[in-house]
Design a binder for this molecule. Structure first.
Ligand SMILES: Cc1cc2nc3c(=O)[nH]c(=O)nc-3n(C[C@H](O)[C@H](O)[C@H](O)COP(=O)(O)OP(=O)(O)OC[C@H]3O[C@@H](n4cnc5c(N)ncnc54)[C@H](O)[C@@H]3O)c2cc1C
Length: 420
C-alpha cells in the first residue's frame, strides 16, 4: 500500500484539508472517525471533485469513476456508511478490439507465447524500467501493442511504454530480479490466493450511481466542509492537501517552494467520459463488460463500457455505454466509433450523449512521477504537520485511496510500511 506523503501531529486534534474530492472526503471521514476535528476547504461549489453522477433524461451518466473495485477496506467502509452496494454483473465477457472486431483477449497464440517464454529471465528491476521493457521478452512487440497496452490503457490511460514498472507493480517491492517470468507470475497468484474472501467482490456502484457514495461521505462530514472556499493553507496547524498535484503546487508555492517544484513535475493525461444512450444494443458488445481498443484502430475512444450489462438496475430503459477517450468527443466522433463497433447503429439510434472532458484527468504513472513522489516523501520527512494525498500519491483507483487514507488516519506517524 502506498503511504500518504508527509505527516500530521496526532497531539494536535485539528486537521485542515484542502479539496473535497474523493481523497479529501475519505481522508476526512477516517480522521473524524479517529476523533480529529476536521475542516475541509473546497474551492468549487460542490463535493466529489471529478466524481459526479449526472441525471440525464434517459438515465445516469458518470463523469469519472463508474465503479469502486472492492477490497476488505472498501467493503468495511460501505458497511460503516450503511450503503447498499450494487454489484456488477459477474461473468461478462471482457473484450479487446482485434483484427476488426471485439474478441476475447485469451487467444491461443497469446497463451502459446506466454507458455513458450515463461522460462526466460525478465530484465533487472531498476528505477528506469517501464512496464513495456519488463514484458517485451515474454509477450513480444505485437502482443504488447495488442493486449498489454490496451489493458493497462483501460486503467491508466497511457500505453505500457509510458508506465513505470515499480509504480504499477508495487508488489515487487525491493526485489531486483526474478529467475523467470514463471516465478514473477507465481508471486502474483500467491498474492491473489492470500487475499481474504469477501462477502461481495468485484466492482460495485450504488442506486443513484457513484454520487451516492460521495453524498454519504459528505453527509457524515456536513458540518466540516466549506464550499466556495478561497482560503490558502497557512501551516499553523495540521494541513493535508488533497487536490490534484497542479493545484497542490499552486497552494503551497509561497510557503514551501521546493515542495511546490516537485509537485509541478507531475504530468497529467486529459480524458473524456462520454455516456451514450441508444435505442438499441450494439450487437458486438452483447453480454460484454466492454471493449478495450488498441490505439491504431481508427477509434477515438480507448475503451467502451456496456453500462446496461454491468449495472442493469441503474440502466433499466435504454442501452447505455460509456466511451473513454483522450479527446473531447464530438457527436460525429462518437458515431464514427459506434459504426466501427456496430455498423447497424445509425444517428437515429442515439437518444442522448453526455460528455465530460477533463484537461487534467489522471496523473501519468511514469518515471517522472515516481521520482517526484520519492523526493516529496524525503522533503516532507521533516514536516511535522503537512501532508499530501490524492490519486497521484496512492494510486488512481478509489480502492487504493480508501486503504491509504484508513491506514494514515489510524497511524499518521508510522512510516515503516512506506514504499519509499
Ligand atoms: C474518466 C475517468 C474514469 C475513471 N474511472 C474510475 C473507476 O471506474 N474506478 C476508480 O476507482 N477510479 C476511476 N477513476 C479515477 C478516480 O475517479 C479519481 O482517481 C478520483 O476521483 C480522484 O479523486 P481526488 O480526490 O484525488 O481528485 P479530484 O477528484 O480532482 O478532487 C480534487 C478536489 O480538490 C479541489 N481543489 C482544487 N484546488 C483547490 C484549492 N485551491 N482549494 C480547495 N479545493 C481545491 C477540486 O475542486 C476537487 O474538488 C476514473 C477517472 C476518470 C477521469
Amino acid at each position: 500500500m502506498k503511504r500518504i506523503i508527509g505527516n500530521i501531529d496526532p497531539e494536535n486534534r485539528n486537521v485542515s484539508i484542502w479539496g473535497a474530492g474523493f481523497s479529501g472526503l475519505v481522508l476526512g471521514y477516517y480522521l473524524k472517525d479517529q476523533g480529529y476535528n476536521v475542516t475541509i476547504h473546497e474551492k468549487s461549489n460542490k463535493v466529489g471533485g471529478k466524481i459526479q453522477t449526472i441525471k440525464t433524461g434517459p438515465g445516469l451518466a458518470e463523469t469519472a469513476a463508474n465503479a469502486l473495485y472492492l477490497n476488505q477496506d472498501g467493503l468495511d467502509l460501505l458497511k460503516e456508511l450503511k450503503l447498499e452496494p450494487l454489484p456488477a454483473t459477474k461473468k461478462l465477457k471482457r473484450l479487446i478490439f482485434l483484427k476488426g472486431k471485439p474478441r476475447k483477449p485469451f487467444q491461443v497464440s497469446l497463451f502459446g507465447k506466454i507458455a513458450a517464454n515463461s522460462y526466460k529471465k525478465p530484465p533487472l528491476i531498476s528505477d528506469g524500467l517501464t512496464v513495456a521493457d519488463f514484458f517485451r521478452p515474454l509477450l513480444g512487440e505485437e502482443n504488447l501493442k495488442h493486449y498489454l497496452s490496451p489493458a493497462l490503457g483501460g486503467l491508466y490511460a497511457v500505453p505500457a511504454e509510458r508506465l513505470h514498472f515499480k509504480s504499477i507493480f508495487p508488489l515487487v517491492e525491493n526485489r531486483a530480479q526474478f529467475d523467470s517470468y514463471f516465478s514473477f507470475l507465481k508471486m502474483f497468484f500467491k498474492y491473489q490466493k492470500s487475499q481474504p474472501k469477501l462477502d461481495i467482490s468485484g466492482s460495485v456502484s450504488f442506486e443513484g450511481g457513484m454520487q451516492t457514495l460521495i453524498n454519504r461521505l459528505a453527509e457524515v462530514l456536513k458540518h466540516d466542509i466549506k464550499l466556495n472556499s478561497k482560503e490558502k493553507p497557512r501551516l499553523n496547524g495540521n494541513t493535508v492537501i488533497c487536490t490534484d498535484a497542479i493545484s497542490a503546487s499552486e497552494l503551497i508555492k509561497d510557503l514551501r517552494p521546493e515542495i511546490s517544484k516537485e509537485l509541478e513535475r507531475i504530468e497529467y493525461r486529459s480524458l473524456s467520459s462520454t455516456t451514450l444512450f441508444l435505442k438499441r444494443e450494439i450487437r458486438s458488445l452483447q453480454k460484454a463488460f466492454g471493449v478495450l481498443i488498441p490505439l491504431e484502430n481508427g477509434f477515438n475512444s480507448i475503451g467502451i463500457l456496456n453500462n446496461k450489462a454491468i449495472f442493469p438496475a441503474n440502466n433499466q430503459n435504454l442501452s447505455a455505454y460509456t466511451l473513454i477517450s483522450p479527446k473531447d468527443l464530438t457527436r460525429e466522433e462518437v458515431l464514427s466509433d459506434l459504426k466501427l463497433l456496430g455498423p447497424e447503429i445509425t444517428d437515429e439510434d442515439i437518444q442522448h450523449i453526455e460528455t465530460t472532458y477533463w484537461n487534467h484527468a489522471l496523473p501519468i504513472y511514469n518515471l517522472q512521477l515516481f521520482l517526484a513522489i520519492k523526493k516529496l516523501h524525503q522533503l516532507c520527512l521533516k514536516e511535522k504537520n503537512l501532508a499530501f494525498f490524492g490519486n497521484y500519491v496512492a494510486g488512481i483507483s478509489l480502492r487504493d485511496m480508501i486503504s491509504s487514507a484508513k491506514s494514515f488516519a489510524r497511524n499518521p506517524t508510522d512510516h515503516k510500511n512506506s514504499q519509499y
